[in-house]
Design a protein around this ligand. Structure first.
Ligand SMILES: NC(=O)c1ccc[n+]([C@@H]2O[C@H](COP(=O)([O-])OP(=O)(O)OC[C@H]3O[C@@H](n4cnc5c(N)ncnc54)[C@H](OP(=O)(O)O)[C@@H]3O)[C@@H](O)[C@H]2O)c1
Length: 343
């Protein structure tokens, strides 16, 4: 566990970085995304922050709040339902038109539900899209700007990092099999909440692990937040909400405070120990494939690297990374280029 004091001391040191860092918070209007955005704005000089979500009233309040927290900061809200990939493309076009580089892409958009598959007009499940496909599309679209940030020769200005908050071990927790249905990766015919959690988790893991190799100046982090009191269950029906309240009150002693979660996610987003591959740093943490400083890290809520999982190693050996990248490209081609539904 990284001590909270260490996290806070590190975060305070971010004022020594160059002014004008650019961060995009996909899901920045609530919960862990917002808490991390607050810490980013508090601890950096003249940052430019993008908050992406649907809740405009909340975003307007946040723009004022963040402006008071750091009067040199600039916050832009992009109102968008990003469960549709066409909307992800629009949001990224807006950012790319305004910015030459992005230093941090931080993604938390998602929700908790007991309901089954809910298809979007693009043929993907809505939750699965938010937890994986939309995130992968943000990464793909913003990689040129992340590359530009990574290529800055000033080491106080070359932060280039992607963070996806979900759960790298969802498919292997609680004796999970850690298996993927390669013939139906989008779960069109084999959807269940369990399969959705397992696929979204492993697809985040291996999509980013692959990109860490082809984009060695950027580091890629998939982080598990543990249980945090946020708005994640706000869409539940009244009965499910009661179940949720009962569950969370039982879990209360084990829950992570929302403010601490933001501080810890800012650490994950900026600490040098999660070095990009090209840095070949001796101080780097062990990456997701077991190699020190690989540029891809799977983290626990406390900023420690998650323990090695034989089941996830088996997925890597059977070519999960290649299959997931190929599938994701097929989805992007069908939905984003050919403007059809998938499959
Ligand atoms: N909190 C936990 O205990 C916990 C535990 C494990 C994993 N997680 C995962 O961690 C991530 C962060 O969740 P959180 O707890 O911070 O939840 P949260 O407070 O509900 O925040 C979710 C964010 O996603 C945005 N969002 C949701 N649907 C969207 C859509 N269709 N289009 C655009 N933005 C959308 C919301 O913005 P708008 O409302 O403005 O649209 C909000 O900013 C989620 O993926 C969740 O599954 C959370």
């Amino acid at each position: 566990m990284v001590n909270l004091k260490t996290v806070q001391t590190h975060n305070a040191s971010l004022k020594t970085l160059a002014p004008g860092l650019v961060a995009v918070f996909v899901g920045g209007t609530s919960g862990i995304g917002l808490s991390t955005a607050r810490e980013f704005v508090r601890n950096t000089r003249s940052p430019h922050v993008y908050l992406i979500g649907r809740n405009e009233a909340e975003a307007n309040k946040l723009i004022s709040e963040l402006g008071i927290l750091n009067p040199e900061s600039q916050t832009t809200f992009i109102k968008s339902d990003i469960s549709l990939l066409k909307n992800v493309d629009k949001a990224c076009q807006e950012i790319s038109a305004k910015e030459k580089k992005v230093n941090l892409l931080f993604m938390t958009a998602g929700y908790f539900t007991f309901n089954g598959r809910q298809e979007t007009s693009e043929g993907l499940d809505q939750k699965f899209s938010l937890h994986y496909y939309a995130r992968a599309r943000f990464i793909k679209n913003l990689l040129p700007l992340l590359d530009t940030a990574a290529n800055n020769r000033d080491e106080n200005a070359n932060l280039s990092r992607v963070v996806s908050v979900l759960d790298p071990h969802a498919s292997v927790r609680a004796l999970g099999a850690g298996a993927l249905n390669y013939s139906d990766l989008s779960l069109k015919n084999s959807f269940s909440l369990k399969n959705c959690a397992a696929h979204a988790s492993a697809m985040n893991n291996f999509y980013m692990e692959k990109l860490a190799k082809s984009h060695p100046g950027t580091s890629f982090i998939h982080a598990y937040p543990s249980a945090v009191k946020t708005g994640v269950a706000r869409g539940l029906d009244p009965i499910s909400s009661k179940v949720w309240v009962a569950l969370t009150s039982l879990m209360k002693p084990f829950m992570v405070d929302l403010g601490e979660s933001g501080e810890r996610h800012l650490y994950a987003s900026t600490a040098k120990v999660f070095a990009a591959m090209k840095e070949t740093a001796d101080y780097a943490a062990v990456g997701s494939d077991g190699t020190k400083g690989s540029g891809s890290y799977w983290l626990n809520w406390d900023d420690d690297v998650l323990p090695f999982s034989k089941k996830l190693a088996k997925l890597r050996e059977e070519g999960a990374g290649e299959k997931i990248v190929q599938h994701t490209e097929e989805v992007f081609k069908k939905v984003c280029e050919e403007k059809q539904t998938y499959p």
